[in-house]
Design a protein around this ligand. Structure first.
Ligand code: AGP
Length: 611
């Protein structure tokens, strides 16, 4: 996600902030900006593109001394395109403000502020916070009090940094569900979204907690929570800068696996209401009116995103009652596909730049309705589609897709529930049941991460195998395919995913004592019993079996497997999301044990922009 750096001290704030933002470049971003207090006033400069563009814009600016205070931001677009006007800092009267996170109630807040006479220049959710803070300061509140009152009105996730030009000795900070740290120096203090941004200057770090407000000057850090001063522990960071970028994890892939609980929350935030069992996707309002005329859905994607589509087919058919086909984008683009005006074509892509997926979307444009599910705001696929639902996975750096896949599944569930509501194909009680389970999903995923130690031990037993078979039925079949893809992608071991019931029609010939079989086993009946029979067939041929399941210990009596990994159960519809996590971990640990380049596997690229 976006990067944040703030500074209060006696050295040049501008140089320190730009340096800090450079150390956060690995997170990905599409525009950048800074506000610094220099020569008696606050100056703001913003630019689209990389930091080099911001530096060029700053070169043209006449400096009047050394800036002693400032805030800087690299923006990964969520609300509004990656333009200069949407870049942070946002200014309103006395206030310059930057933000990471999502303000859920920005539309009513914006309407309220516009009614008071505020003029908005951007499409962002963030600008409301700048206006709100400025309005409160203009009403006479002291800076920290104004910040407190502003946060009380904002719903959602945030890390805010703000400067008030009438109090240019301090940076105001607020945190809720979005990380922010303070780096303590001698006669200077820094604030940042991530540790790497401060490591060049200090290793003494305070990690703020949810609900914290802070006022940071060159000599002091004041922190409060719920109106009372609090003391947060100061830690000394021993990480080298590269480890710090990976959040202390050995590889980006592992960090991204561990990010999944948070990014599910980000993708759901502001989009579901359990109260009226509804899904809020304002970006799809035009589709609501046409929902009952949709006769067919065609989904197009590549690789992992294609697996997300196979899983999405279950939700869309089950919830919304619409027949759904899934096609490889590279195949679909060169045949007619019989698309007409009652067909909804959904393109799924993390990067939004995959050439085959873009080509498939182009082939459908003008014939049917088009919708993209994408992780990168303003990407080519988003510009081509009529409608877009964004996943909020944040930048995914490792070539092997993990958290993007998980958020694609969440977005497809939201879409299916939205269509079900619009078409009247699901009762309120049934929708509420799934929505309730979705609310519990981030916590269930955190719980699932605890199997990492067990998976790592299993990997030690299996890592020398040359072939793997991944089997699953129903909703677990796409997960078996994804598990096999992940393993081959980063460990270069041959792996095949197969529907467990299909195994006896061919792949069973491959099975012997040297072949590990990974069985993805969902407790849902009747496929649970059917998959258990397939497990027996595999066992009978001497295969080494690893079972990944959400079934209870009692359900599993009589199952003899070399490895057994159990994940928590939330709801049958959501189990695939959790069952996938141990497979991601298995691929990761096997690759590490084989000494491959986990984050940059051979022959692969993060974004495939060639045919
Ligand atoms: C997944 O681990 C892969 N690296 C790859 O299959 C990827 O999912 C595919 O290239 C599609 O990319 P996209 O989601 O950016 O369109």
């Amino acid at each position: 996600m976006c990067g944040i750096v703030g500074y209060a001290g006696n050295r040049d704030a501008l140089a320190i902030i730009i340096g800090g933002l450079e150390s956060l470049e690995y997170r990905g971003y599409d525009s950048a900006g800074v506000s610094v207090y220099e020569g008696g006033k606050v100056d703001t400069t913003r630019a689209t593109g990389k930091l080099i563009e911001l530096k060029k814009a700053l070169e043209g600016r006449k400096r009047s001394g050394i800036a002693s205070l400032g805030i800087g931001h690299t923006r990964w677009a969520t609300h509004g395109r990656p333009t200069e006007t949407n870049a942070h800092p946002h200014t309103a009267g006395r206030v310059s403000l930057i933000h990471n996170g999502i303000i859920e109630n920005y539309l009513p807040l914006r309407a309220m502020l516009e009614a008071k006479g505020c003029t908005f220049l951007s499409e962002t959710d963030t600008e409301v916070a700048a206006h709100l803070l400025n309005t409160l300061l203009a009403e006479g509140f002291e800076p920290l009090e104004a910040m407190r009152k502003m946060c009380a009105q904002v719903k959602g996730s945030y890390a805010f940094l703000a400067i008030d030009s009438k109090h240019p000795d301090r940076v105001l900070v607020a945190k809720n569900s979005t990380p922010i740290i303070i780096g303590k120096g001698d006669g200077e203090n820094l604030i940042a979204s991530d540790i790497p941004a401060v490591l060049q200057h200090t290793r003494r770090v305070i990690v703020l907690e949810d609900g914290d407000l802070a006022q940071v000057t060159a000599d002091a850090v004041y922190i409060e929570n719920q109106g009372k001063e609090v003391r947060r522990k100061e830690e000394t960071i021993a990480w080298d800068p590269i480890t710090a970028q990976k959040g202390g994890f050995k590889h980006f892939m592992l960090k991204e696996i561990y990010d999944q609980s948070r990014v599910i929350g980000d993708t759901l935030r502001g989009r579901i209401s359990e109260h009226d069992a509804s899904v809020k996707l304002p970006e799809l309002e035009t589709l609501r009116d046409k929902a009952s005329s949709i006769k067919r859905i065609v989904m197009v994607a590549c690789g992992t995103a294609w697996h997300a589509c196979l899983e999405g087919k279950f939700f869309l058919e089950e919830f919304a009652g619409i027949p759904c086909e899934v096609d490889y984008a590279s195949e679909f683009r060169y045949r007619s596909g019989l698309i007409d005006k009652d067909t909804l074509v959904i393109a799924v892509s993390q990067s939004g730049e995959t050439l085959d997926t873009l080509g498939a979307l182009e082939a459908a444009s003008g014939k049917g309705m088009t919708l993209a599910i994408c992780n990168v705001v303003g990407a080519s696929i988003c510009r081509k589609a009529e409608m877009v639902v964004y996943t909020h996975a944040g930048p995914e750096i490792s070539v092997a897709s993990t958290k993007a896949f998980t958020t694609q599944l969440v977005a497809l569930q939201l879409l299916a529930l939205f269509l079900a509501e619009a078409r009247g194909t699901m009762s309120v009680a049934a929708r509420r049941h799934v929505l309730h389970a979705m609310v519990e999903l981030p916590a269930a995923l955190s719980q699932t991460l605890k199997v990492d130690g067990e998976v790592s031990s299993v990997a030690k037993r299996f890592f020398q195998a040359r072939d793997f078979l991944f089997l699953g039925r129903g909703r677990c079949y796409p997960i078996a395919l994804e598990g096999a893809l992940k393993l081959k992608e980063i460990s270069y071991i041959h792996a095949e995913g197969y529907p467990a019931g299909e195994m006896k029609h061919g792949p069973i010939a491959l099975i012997d004592e040297s072949m590990p079989v990974v069985m993805v086993l969902q407790r849902e009946k009747p496929l649970f019993e059917k998959t258990l029979s397939n497990l027996k067939e595999v066992e009978a041929r001497g295969a080494r079996v690893l079972v990944v399941t959400d079934a209870t210990e009692e359900d599993l009596r009589g199952v003899h497997a070399e490895g057994l990994i159990r994940v928590p159960f939330v709801a049958h519809e959501l189990s695939p999301i959790l069952l996938n996590v141990p497979l991601q971990m298995l691929a990761y640990h096997v690759a590490v044990l084989n000494g491959t380049d986990v984050d940059l596997p051979r022959n692969l690229a993060k974004s495939v922009t060639v045919e």
